[in-house]
Design a protein. Structure first.
Length: 197
């Protein structure tokens, strides 16, 4: 809705159709069951992936780092890895969106002093923009108030059992069913898309 407002002010006619296309992934791909289940999956924004020592942990903590920068041929592996975790901790918006799409509890990660945006005052814009549209997608037609639980960590943060337990306790999913019909109808490749027919 925030993007819509900006476009409307700029003179564009922007329809009342909300939602990130990644919310449609469950209509396209059903995740594989992986043998190992992890307590927490960590998806870092590409800016944060460069912090080499961030969230070092003992293997006994059962935490999986899920890299976001990968070959497009392994996008289904990315989804499978997300689904192999009990909770997703992500500084990447699409790590959180894919968790929402597949109803996987998630927590937004903020790394103190390491903004993902060149202008710190715009750090939250895309997260707030996404949530403003998501909360308008409830199947009962009533606007909801879901937001991401957040945790702020330092770039030197080490994982320990207490922190993992805290992340797990914070994980949440939208407590409403999503109505994706308008988003699906707006998909631009209807003739070649089997999910649109």
């Amino acid at each position: 809705k925030k993007s819509q407002s900006i476009l409307n002010k700029a003179g564009f006619d922007c329809p009342n159709i909300y939602g990130d296309p990644a919310l449609l992934l469950p209509k396209i791909y059903k995740p594989k069951e992986l043998e190992k289940k992890y307590s927490v999956g960590v998806v870092l924004h590409w800016v944060h992936e460069k912090i080499s020592d961030f969230l070092k942990n003992d293997e006994n903590l059962n935490v999986l780092k899920i890299p976001i920068e990968r070959d497009y041929n392994s996008i289904t592996t990315f989804i499978d890895e997300i689904m192999s975790c009990d909770v997703i901790l992500s500084s990447s918006l699409h790590g959180l969106i894919i968790a929402n799409a597949y109803k996987k509890p998630c927590v937004r990660l903020i790394i103190d002093g390491n903004s993902i945006h060149s202008k710190a005052d715009r750090e939250d814009f895309k997260f707030d923009d996404y949530l403003s549209g998501l909360n308008d997608l409830s199947s009962d037609g009533k606007v909801k108030n879901y937001s991401f639980a957040q945790i702020k960590l330092s770039k030197n943060q080490l994982l320990n059992k207490e922190l993992v337990d805290r992340i797990i306790s914070l994980g949440s999913v939208p407590e409403f069913d999503l109505s994706l019909e308008k988003l699906l109808a707006a998909f631009p490749y209807k003739k070649s898309c089997s999910i649109c027919n």
